[in-house]
Design a protein around this ligand. Sequence first.
Ligand code: AMP
Ligand code: GLY
Length: 428
Amino acid sequence: MKVLIVGPGAREHAIARSLHLDPAVTELHAVPGNPGIGQVATLHAGDANDGASVAQLATSLGVDLVVVGPEAPLVAGVADAVRDAGIPVFGPSAEAAMLEGSKAFAKEIMAAANVPTAEPRICTNRVVLDAALAEFGAPYVVKDDGLAAGKGVVVTDVLDEATAHGQAILDAGGTVVIEEYLDGPEVSLFCICDGATVVPLMPAQDFKRAYDGDEGLNTGGMGAYTPLPWAPVDVVDEVVKHVAQPTIDEMARRGTPFSGVLYCGLALTSKGLRVVEFNARFGDPETQSVLARLDTPLGAVLLAAAENRLHEIDPLVWSDDAFVTVVLASHGYPESARKGDPITGTEDAEAVEGAHVLHAGTALDADGQLVAAGGRVLSVIGRGESLADARNVAYEALSKISLPGSHHRTDIALVAAQGEANAREARA
Ligand code: AMP
Ligand code: GLY
């Protein structure tokens, strides 16, 4: 099988790595990819958000499957263009990707499908905004309706901050979504869908804030781990039954079937399971941990989704090991991202037993030196029998890498690892 991966980041590198390890995959291509992806795939320059040129590339390469990673090309209709060219594609249509592209649309689908979520108020002017903030009270949750790369959400106890964020969105011509605050831990569950059938992957947890102890701004995600030893054993079944399947059924009923990954971002609140957000793609950095844990070869699963035959595949096989991903971010991230700093030591990092490194914002400079080229630069993944072991591997590997001015969180999976160790002691 020949596959073309669309996208530039560590999520796409994780997909590429899994496909590279799949014996059925004979040829891998990526547009535009990155230097890490280039170690396992042929890179093609081009605009990942331009459907016509991606479809043309896929046709000229004669690939059997196109996998679209990020939300921007999905919302721009890249999957539609590839599908129209007669090539199987893993990723939803632009219409179905509106589950991520518009939070207001996602709320409408959830209401129609009876999916539990935070109660929203949609605000298109200041009067409605002020009324919604007063109605819900603190903590205030203020979201940009449209795509904002994980940075459109402010959660704050301070009314002035909430109002200022809402006003800034309105000033930019956007729509504000104010919603009820959800307490409780968050879980990311990726469900592979083909418009009708839902195949859940294993749940993961993501660390969205920039600094240790959940301080700092929301980011795209600074680390992730799986499994979640603290989560209820039936969480996956519950999410499929009450969230993913009803959503997929509602999208099909409307004539816009959802095929690809339905990313269910959930809060396990004191009142039960609630959807925080839907995304229309794999999450980054959770995918780096989740796909590393999947022992089933990935190619046939993605192709079955693209060809509407997920009901035919065998149950997925998972490793019992734990996987912890730590993101190395460039100087200034998330406010800004300094580019051009040299990255060294990735080979030493990969030499650590159980570790591997995935590229996100990297580039090769004119001398062939690997340099930072974005905010989230590398994902370092550690594998171990326990979360504590996996953490040790990831952080040992990370310590081998040098990037001037960079930062990373030191507490990825820390609380969960301690809880897991305590539970083991209690059983002994
Ligand atoms: P979103 O882009 O909708 O996923 O929001 C980004 C992050 O903001 C989430 O991962 C949560 O940590 C936080 N968040 C979003 N909505 C809520 C909510 N209703 N209550 C509490 N926290 C939220
Ligand atoms: N890790 C959060 C996201 O991918 O949206």
